[in-house]
Design a protein around this ligand. Sequence first.
Ligand SMILES: C[S@@+](CC[C@H](N)C(=O)[O-])C[C@H]1O[C@@H](n2cnc3c(N)ncnc32)[C@H](O)[C@@H]1O
Length: 273
Amino acid sequence: MTEFHDLAELALNRDGQSWGNLGHWQSATDYSDACRALATLLGEQAGLDHKSIVFDAGFGCGDQLLLWLEHFGVSQIYGVNLSHSQTAHAGNLLARNGRPVSAEAILQGDVNDPGIWTTALNGARPSHVMALDCAYHFPDRLAFWELAQRNLAPAGRMALTDFMLAEQHRTDGFRHRLLRWMLKSAHITETNIVHRDVYLDQLEKEGFGNISLVDISEHVMPAFTSGDGRGLRWSAWCKYAVTSRFLKWAYHRSVLRYCVVSATKADQSDNRN
Ligand SMILES: C[S@@+](CC[C@H](N)C(=O)[O-])C[C@H]1O[C@@H](n2cnc3c(N)ncnc32)[C@H](O)[C@@H]1O
């Protein structure tokens, strides 16, 4: 079966690692380190600790699940990933590292499907919902937030890294037409990408407060690289080369910004149904 999100990124990694995000390149010099740095930043922003119960939306090949467990010492993990191949890889990775998780807790499925949350969580209430470099890929980011809000424990926290439109970006010119074309090619829903003020409004309307939104674009967008491309299939090499050029253009032309976002479920009442 051909999947849009598959195991192609394995070739970008070293030492049996299998990250697949854009990376945080401030002090990293290779792809795996940059990806781990982005995940670590997100975990810190979320305030993960040994009491945390994490629901991870879009956990990739599972390296971040190990990071939550081993580096942050979280107590439980649950998650969902659209990709069949990555979900199988993640299950094996956890088992190989002595952290087996039940196949029901780490599930293949669409995070926009309410039933998948119910099945994965099986009555548990996450203190944290995480989405590392993937919310813009979801069919409907707002519907994802609504489900996070519904399933989080009271005062739980959602943390994600995400794209938004740069403040100066206008939606009526050539740059926007090019952006729309790129989003379509990358299977990204256009309405997921909005200006920062709209993004903040949307978070508040979904019932989130105590919002932190930090622009980390300079350490992500112009720096993303797939290295020398050795070991990559031709189609994958093209995909990463285009992504890298596009991100540099979108950063320098003030089209997109990349941020780490966290927000607390403001409604302290239990609103899961
Ligand atoms: C750019 S990758 C990031 C992977 C991983 N978080 C990492 O940092 O290595 C995007 C991830 O989102 C997942 N994804 C995309 N759409 C999804 C959906 N509707 N539901 C669940 N996962 C989804 C993909 O399968 C992929 O694992």
